[in-house]
Structure formats: C-alpha cells, structure tokens
Design a protein around this ligand. Structure first.
Ligand code: RIB
Ligand code: CA
Length: 302
C-alpha cells in the first residue's frame, strides 16, 4: 500500500533532491508536482520541476503556480541556488511542458480524486493558501501536511525567520490556521542533518542520478564545505522514517509584520493557547541515519 503525496515546490537544489527521493521511493505515489515562486521565479521553478520529472522518465503532471506572495513583495534566493535555480547539470532542452491548469486547479482536482493524500510543500505556501481560500472542501481529503519551513530556534533569512515562511508569511498563517494536522520540518532539524563532504563526493561515484545530484549540490551556496543542509529532503525522510525524528506538539503562530516578519512563534510551554496545538514540530533528528539513508537510496537508483 503506497502513500499518496503531492509536492508543492520551488526547485531549487534541495527541492530537486527531495523530488528525486519522492519519485524513486516505492513507498510513495507522487500524484502531482506544483511549482511556486521562491528560490527563483515560478517560470524557472516550473521548468526545474519538469527537468527532474523528465530525468526519471515519469508521467507525473507538473503545474505552474503563484508568481508572487499574497501580500509581501517577492524576494528570491538565487544567491543560494543560482540564477537558474538548478545549476551544475545539463538536463537538455526537451523536458516537456506544464499541464494546462493552474497549480490551484491541479491541486484541487488531484486532491478531490483521492480519499486521502499527504501534502508536502517545500517552498513558500502561497499555492496552498490560495487553494484553501478558493476550494476549502479539499481540506477533508488531506490527511496531513508535512511542510519544510519555519523554525523555533532562529532563522536563515533574518535572525527570526526561515526562507519559506519569510517569503509569504500571510500564506503560512493561513496554512497553520487551516485546521489540518501539520508536521513542521524546520531549520531545527534541517540544519542538523547536513550532507557531509564525503557523502556528496560519494554521490558522483554511484550512478547518473548521483552525478546529477553531485553536480547540483556542488553549486549550492547553503552550508559549508563541511556540510550542506538538504532542507526539503527532510520531508521525505520524515515520511519514510519518522522514527529518526523527535517531535513536540505545540501551537505555531506566524508573524506577518514588523522586524520579525516570517517568524514561526512556538508556544513551547503550552501556556498560551488553552492546551491547543496546530503542529507537530520536529525538534531533533538522527543526522547519521539521514546521511546513510540518502546514499543508500541514491545507490538503488539508475
Ligand atoms: O529555508 C530553506 C528553504 O528555503 C528550502 O525549502 C529551500 O529550498 C528554500 O526554498
Ligand atoms: Ca524549497
């Protein structure tokens, strides 16, 4: 019995690695990929998602989504992921086209076609917020959301805010108040599970997928030579190995204005929301298990 998932992404080098893991996981059935503006503009994130799907010869629909955050002006992360969003490997020019639906329409149709599906956003949550606003009926078909983003231990865009939430804090607030179970895979764990230099080097010796990932990751400006954070890949690692994570349930609020805009504020003592929680926050991870899993999975690919 496979788990049906949908990924909303902004490839982006770590998004590309997360898509690679999801597409090649026999435990998962990736029904749809939607793209959003984030690391780079949505035309590029859509093309990059198509490149990964085409690289593996899969017939998984890709839909283009929001060009801008709901309210906040768009700021990309090309300084981290390169102008193309996925430098370091030649995917060729013939990688197909997105389907003739917007991301919101594609998400609605794909979710309503299933009894239950898990939503895995690894970019800003703009498409998700628009979906819930336009088609609230989809919520009952979403078993849970496993979202890369946020942090209860400091940010990477400011001292307070993580990039995906910082990009569209208003969308993040809508998602965290949608009443759907959320697993927050934030910087609290993604900055611990760093791909080591040896792991990155070993990728290139495995197969064409390893060469592709090594090419991308050696052009990735996040982390240091001692270790590169594969933020988005942690969502797939969580889906397949939740036992490698320590989580804590708490209420998460999102700051949508002021100098701490994009900060995910955790009610860590359960003191201010009458015991209510809206998220299961990942607070620790087995980093060695992550590196071992990453190499073993890629080694099984073509
Ligand atoms: O803060 C890390 C997140 O921002 C990741 O999803 C990365 O791809 C960027 O989008
Ligand atoms: Ca991302």
């Amino acid at each position: 019995m496979t788990t049906k998932i949908i990924m909303d992404t902004d490839p982006g080098i770590d998004d590309a690695a997360a898509l690679t893991m999801a597409i090649n996981a026999p435990e998962l059935d990736l029904k749809l990929v939607t793209a959003v503006a984030g690391n780079v503009t949505v035309d590029k994130t859509t093309a990059n998602a198509l490149k990964i799907v085409h690289f593996f010869g899969k017939d998984i629909p890709v839909a283009a989504g929001a060009e801008q955050p709901l309210i906040k002006p768009f700021e990309d992360a090309a300084r981290v992921h390169g102008e193309s969003g996925m430098p370091g490997y030649d995917f060729g020019e013939d990688y197909g086209k997105p389907i003739d639906k917007t991301a919101v329409e594609a998400l609605h149709d794909a979710i309503m076609a299933e009894d239950e599906v898990i939503l895995v956003p690894t970019g800003s949550y703009t498409n998700i917020a628009l979906l819930f606003s336009q088609y609230p009926e989809v919520k009952s078909h979403i078993k849970k959301i496993v979202a890369m983003g946020g942090s209860i231990s400091g940010g990477n865009m400011t001292s307070a805010a993580e990039f995906n939430v910082f990009t569209d804090p208003d969308a993040a607030r809508i998602m965290y108040n949608a009443g759907i179970p959320i697993v927050m895979v934030g910087l609290d764990v993604t900055l611990k599970a760093l791909l080591t230099k040896d792991t990155i080097a070993k990728l290139a010796t495995l197969n064409e997928t390893g060469k592709m990932l090594n090419g991308l990751i050696t052009h990735y400006n996040d982390g240091t030579d001692e270790g590169r954070p594969m933020h988005d890949v942690n969502t797939i690692f969580y889906l397949l190995h939740p036992e490698a994570f320590t989580t804590k349930k708490m209420w998460i609020d999102v700051q949508t204005e002021g100098p701490a805009i994009g900060c995910t504020v955790g009610d860590v003592r359960g003191a201010y929301h009458d015991g209510k929680t809206n998220a299961e926050v990942c607070v620790d991870i087995d980093a060695d298990a992550f590196n071992k899993w990453f190499i073993e999975r890629v080694a099984e690919m073509d």
